[in-house]
Every structure is written in structure tokens, then in C-alpha cells.
Write a protein that binds this ligand. Structure first.
Ligand code: PLP
Length: 447
């Protein structure tokens, strides 16, 4: 409905016909569409649209319709759900682990007031995140106690600050790793005020290298899982079980940073370390991420001997890196609910993936190729995961990314590869529609 002309309007200047802000805001359609947004955002959209009419880009009569369509496109959050068709299970750029339904429900339930630090029976304050702690101890009985912090890096920061102080962190040269995007663990370690005591060489480190470094200045011994690469060939490393004795005798904490987050051995990833085994072998403390192979929310998980965890929990830094109520709720539900998507996808039958891919090829054309998936930054470095991909025309990748749903594929050797491994089966029809839409967009785009 066009706005009536304002009093005193001069028909000679069309800008006089631009609808006023208060009139636009009072319009029922606009007021309705504006309900999911803040007043500031709505007024910003209105002003921007009026400006377009002032410059002549649109006519005054188009303002109302343009405001409505801009409001319809605007969501309260800019983050968008993505169909991950890359075949990389733990994709850091795509938010790592997709949460299980149980964890999603837990997030919702914890979003309001919740008993995260309160005992409803006694009415007294309680230990924060007691449910997540209990779930971790149930899933990893080898641990005497557990603590959850913001992420794996924060867990390492807390552990080194509390246990090593300004002492030396004894670490093999084969484990001085960069995790991703310039994040280097040695830099994190020295940022705590501790100093690095590198031992051994890149490919070989022996027990004597460690024991020779232990002394009055030692703060702790750290083993880091080289989660994103493997050293092969003439190599040797020292097992936790060999290190445990000398560390215990010297009264030095032995810490294992596992990264990946497996709490127990996973038969599909035989080379991947797990918390239960590391603790059994003698680590006093293990550190893992919540959103890698554990399949939960971003979190840093500390498991170990009761006095060590108590020391960490008491340290002032623990408050600075503490986990959010949403994280604690989702982590507990990940551990207590059914197998989370990350592990389900890892254990998926390649034949089932092939059948899905062939069905899509029947609908969309393209070739079905053998395509290896990957565990991703989360671990399983260089472990190939056999599977399949649908190869389509490469120009589709860009419109697929900005479509609805957004689909992230891989372009390789002149093909746009869609790997269905990490796409939920329930999304197959939407994926087909996304490809059809992307092709229609391409057909309309002048070359
Ligand atoms: C991923 C990783 C980290 C960092 O964990 P975030 O949860 O990403 O902070 C630390 N150490 C290792 C070995 C890792 O693989």
C-alpha cells in the first residue's frame, strides 16, 4: 500500500514522496516483520532504504516493499547452518562437531535460568557443572576427577600455569606442533611464564632424553599428541608408561595433551590416543577438546588424579576459563545421550554412502567417484576414510555456498565434489533442491 502524500508535499520533487520513518514503522506488515529484530536494526534498514530513494536508486513508491523484503532477509544472527559436503568430519571452519539431538535439546533447556550451580533439594549453592563432571567420570572411570573449561587451549593454559608455574615444561622436539591458523603450542606454553625444555630430536626421542632433563627446575613433563600430522620412517617416541615411573619418583606431574577427545579407544581409529588408556598408563592429567572426536560443544576437558584436578580448580585462572552453562549442559547430554554425529559418521558403512550417492546421481546427473573422507583437525591424521562423492560441474561450488541451505563442497581436478558422509540422510532432498537451484542461478547469470 503506497503512503498517502504528506501535507505540503511538492510533486515537483519526488523525494518529498518518500514515506516517513514513523509511518513505515507503524505499518502492520513492517511491524510484524520487525518483531524478530531490535528497533535499532529495523530503523537502520528503514533509513538505508529511504537513502536509496533519495539518491534515486529506487522510487519513493518502492520504499515500503524494499523495507519489507530487507526485513525478511535479515536474521537476528548472521551465522548460517551449512550442509558439510566436504567429507571432513571435524571441520574447524564449519564449527567442528555437529551436536547430537540430545545436546541440542539440552542447550535449549539450559538457555533460561537453570540449576548449573545450585542444589534444588537443599536450596544451597552447589559445585558448578556437577552433571557434566559426573557424566565424564562415568564415561572415563579411570579418571578420579574432572574439570571442564572453555576449550583445549584454555585447559593447557590452566594446567601449565597451576602445575609448572615458572618452571620448565619438558617436551619432545617431535611434539612442538602448530595446530592451525598460526596457533603454535610452544607459544602458548611460554605465554604462561613457563620455559620450554626441549628434549630429543624431531623424529626420535628416548627415555634418557627425558630423565636427563628432570631436575629442580622442572615444572612438569608434557606429552602432546601430534594430532594433525604423523612422523613416519626412522622414529621413536617414549610411551607414557615408561615416563610415568621416573616422573612419579621425581614428584613431577606428567601431563598428556590428547587433543582429539576420545575418552575410550575407538576401533575405527586404532592410532588415536584416548583418555582412559593414557590415565591407565600413568598420566596424572589428560587434556582433550570437547568438539573434536568427542562430538560435543567447544570445551576443554581435564581428567586425572583427584589432587591434581583440585589444584587446577582452586587456581584463580580457573574462573577466567570456566565453561558456560550451555556448554556444560550440551557436554553432559553428548556423553549421556545416543552416539553423537561425529562418531556415527566415522563408523558409517561406505556401501550405504555409495547407495545414497548413486541415488543423487540418478536425480542430478554427474559421476560417482571413490572419495576419501578425513577426520579433520580433530585427529586421525592421515587416516583415510573410504567413501564416495558425486562429481558435478565445478561452477556449482560458488552458488551452492550462498544458497539456502548453504552447501560447502570441494572443487578438485575440475569437479565440484559432493561427499555425503557428513550430510544427514534427512537432508538429501534439500541437497538435491540446492543443486537444482544453483543450476538455475547459473543459467540466469550472464557469462
Ligand atoms: C586441538 C588441539 C588443541 C587445542 O584445543 P582447542 O579445543 O581447539 O582449544 C590442543 N592440543 C592438541 C594436541 C590439539 O589437537
Amino acid at each position: 500500500m503506497p503512503m498517502p502524500p504528506q501535507p505540503g508535499e511538492e510533486s515537483s520533487d519526488p523525494r518529498r514522496r518518500i514515506p516517513r520513518t514513523d509511518h513505515l514503522l507503524a505499518h502492520p506488515d513492517i511491524a510484524g516483520a520487525a518483531q524478530t529484530l531490535s528497533e535499532r536494526v529495523v530503523i537502520g534498514i528503514v533509513h538505508a532504504t529511504q537513502d536509496r530513494a533519495r539518491t534515486g536508486e529506487i522510487t519513493p513508491e518502492q520504499v515500503q516493499g524494499e523495507v519489507l523484503s530487507a526485513l525478511g532477509d535479515r536474521r537476528a544472527t548472521s551465522s548460517r547452518p551449512v550442509l558439510n559436503a566436504t567429507g571432513v568430519i571435524v571441520h574447524t571452519n564449519l564449527g567442528r562437531a555437529p551436536l547430537s539431538d540430545a545436546a541440542r535439546t539440552a542447550l535449549q533447556d539450559a538457555a533460561g535460568y537453570t540449576d548449573v550451580e545450585f542444589d534444588l533439594v537443599t536450596g544451597a549453592r552447589s559445585r558448578r557443572g556437577a552433571g557434566a563432571r559426573a557424566a565424564l567420570l562415568a564415561a572415563c572411570p579411570e579418571a578420579e576427577d574432572a574439570l571442564v573449561v572453555n576449550n583445549g587451549a584454555a585447559a593447557l593454559l590452566l594446567a601449565l600455569t597451576a602445575l609448572a608455574g615458572t618452571g620448565e615444561v619438558v617436551l619432545s622436539r617431535g611434539e612442538l606442533i602448530e595446530i592451525g591458523a598460526g596457533f603454535r603450542l610452544p607459544d602458548l606454553i611460554t605465554s604462561t611464564g613457563a620455559s620450554l625444555r626441549e628434549v630429543g630430536t624431531t623424529n626420535r626421542t628416548h627415555l634418557a632424553d627425558y630423565t636427563g632433563a628432570l631436575g629442580a627446575a622442572t615444572g612438569c613433563v608434557l606429552r602432546i599428541h601430534t594430532s594433525n600430522y604423523r612422523v613416519i620412517g626412522f622414529t621413536s617416541e617414549v610411551g607414557l608408561s615408561e615416563l610415568a615411573g621416573p616422573c612419579r619418583e621425581a614428584g613431577i606431574p606428567l601431563i598428556a595433551d590428547l587433543g582429539s577427545g576420545l575418552l575410550a579407544p575407538e576401533p575405527h581409529l586404532p592410532g588415536e590416543p584416548d583418555a582412559a588408556t593414557a590415565l591407565r598408563e600413568g598420566a596424572e592429567l589428560v587434556i582433550a577438546s570437547g568438539d573434536k572426536l568427542l562430538g560435543g560443544p567447544q570445551a576443554g576437558i581435564l581428567l586425572g588424579r583427584a589432587p591434581v584436578i583440585a589444584r587446577l580448580a582452586r587456581h584463580p585462572l580457573a574462573r577466567a576459563v570456566r565453561a558456560d552453562k550451555l556448554t556444560l549442559a550440551a557436554l553432559e547430554a553428548t556423553l549421556t545421550g545416543p552416539v553423537p554425529p561425529v562418531l556415527a559418521v566415522l563408523r558409517q558403512d561406505p556401501d550405504a554412502q555409495r547407495a545414497r550417492t548413486e541415488r543423487l546421481a540418478g536425480l542430478l546427473g554427474g559421476r560417482v567417484l571413490a572419495h576419501e573422507g578425513r577426520v579433520g583437525g580433530g585427529g586421525g591424521a592421515e587416516v583415510p576414510l573410504p567413501g564416495w562423492a558425486l562429481a558435478l560441474e565445478p561452477e556449482l561450488a560458488a552458488p551452492l555456498r550462498i544458497g539456502d541451505p548453504a552447501v560447502v563442497a570441494t572443487v578438485r581436478d575440475g569437479d565440484c565434489l559432493l561427499d555425503l558422509r557428513c550430510v544427514p540422510v534427512s537432508e538429501d532432498e534439500r541437497l538435491v533442491r540446492a543443486v537444482t537451484t544453483a543450476r538455475a542461478v547459473l543459467a540466469q547469470t550472464p557469462r
